[in-house]
Design a protein around this ligand. Structure first.
Ligand SMILES: Nc1ncnc2c1ncn2[C@@H]1O[C@H](COP(=O)(O)OP(=O)(O)OP(=O)(O)O)[C@@H](O)[C@H]1O
Ligand SMILES: [Mg+2]
Length: 321
């Protein structure tokens, strides 16, 4: 193994990362509308998200809420319909086709849920890792050394010569992470990477992603349905109907026994919009109006009393226009 090769030393486009203090991934009022014949599906509706360089976050949400749509846009596999989206200094809305190809090749790694989709079945594990490096024009000696180093870091160095079908599902996903990191991208995206794995293997993959994030400084965004994901990531972002509704942030500090506490926050976007949790939203559904009171730094929201003018029983105050 050539210890002179270090993640980020050759291709990682550090210059592509945003200025100091700026978030690395930024989505502002992002829309994605799929059009098929005369049918339109609004998959993302004004989504706001910021991710700092070196952060590890999970995106969770119901089926059809827009998670894969968001990840595919960040991966440069699909284009947004409107809004802003940037990774480092790259603007993914106005990027050229050529720029997008370059972005996919150098700046972002992707892991799919389906293990079979991540690896070419007729290449050994090592050759699967070397292929993206060859496409990026890396010399053979470099490719071998870096493939070996990545596989060691993933704990599957001994499997380098095996074919994908000779690996377990968990080993295949670890090799897939290796392929995604082959060109040392600063951003790693994974869409339900543990969806086909049992709990033990899922934990191993999450541990691995955490370790790679820590050791290589790679920014990681994972879409997942795994219930215990909060303990492996810095932040869990909840997506509902194509928008970020809340975030769960876990903190390990101040807990004597080393356990973590998790706090869930509603997201208020730049325009002041927020999404109420479903169970509360239901009580406003009938009228579509809310009464807002501000007292001692607290906001109270309640449905107006059930009369014809949208007024409630508290002295006939009118909601400010
Ligand atoms: N290529 C497409 N053409 C038309 N509609 C699409 C397309 N891809 C996704 N959609 C629709 O966009 C919405 C969001 O889909 P998306 O795949 O992003 O959901 P998801 O959150 O990843 O769901 P899941 O958890 O099931 O993977 C859904 O209504 C889906 O049917
Ligand atoms: Mg999906």
């Amino acid at each position: 193994m050539d210890s002179s090769i270090r993640y980020g030393s050759v291709l990682a486009p550090v210059s592509e990362q945003g200025g100091a203090g700026d978030p690395f991934v930024v989505c502002r009022d992002l829309f994605k509308i799929y059009k098929r014949a005369d049918l339109e599906v609004v998959a993302l509706r004004g989504l706001d998200l910021s991710v700092d360089a070196g952060e590890l976050i999970a995106i969770v949400g119901a089926s059809g809420s827009g998670k894969s749509t968001l990840l595919n846009i960040l991966a440069g596999l699909d284009r947004p319909s409107a809004g802003q989206v940037s990774v480092g200094r790259r603007d993914l809305l106005n990027i050229s086709e050529q720029g997008l190809v370059q972005y996919r090749r150098q700046d972002v790694g992707f892991v799919w849920q389906a293990t079979a989709r991540n690896l070419l079945p007729y290449l050994s594990v090592a050759d699967n890792l070397e292929l993206p490096m060859a496409l990026a024009g890396r010399a053979a000696g470099y490719r071998r050394a870096w493939a070996g180093e990545v596989l060691e870091a993933l704990g599957i160095g001994r499997l380098a010569g095996r074919m994908p079908h000779q690996l377990s599902g968990g080993e295949q996903q670890r090799a897939a992470i290796g392929v995604a990191l082959a060109n040392q991208p600063p951003l790693l995206l994974a869409d339900e990477p543990t969806g086909e794995l049992d709990t033990a293997n899922a934990v191993m993959v999450f541990d691995m992603l955490r370790g790679l994030n820590r050791d290589f400084g790679v920014t990681v965004i994972i879409v997942t349905h795994y219930p215990g994901v909060a303990q492996f990531v810095d932040r869990v972002v909840h997506i509902r109907d194509g928008r970020i509704s809340s975030e769960t942030i876990s903190t390990a500090s101040y807990q004597r026994d080393g356990s973590r506490t998790e706090d869930e926050f509603l997201v208020v976007d730049e325009a002041g919009r927020l999404q109420l949790p479903q169970e509360y939203a239901d009580s406003f559904r009938q009228r579509g109006l809310a009464r807002l009171d501000w007292e001692d730094g607290r906001i109270t929201l309640r449905p107006p009393a059930n009369d014809s003018r949208g007024d409630d029983s508290r002295g006939g105050q009118r909601t400010p226009e």
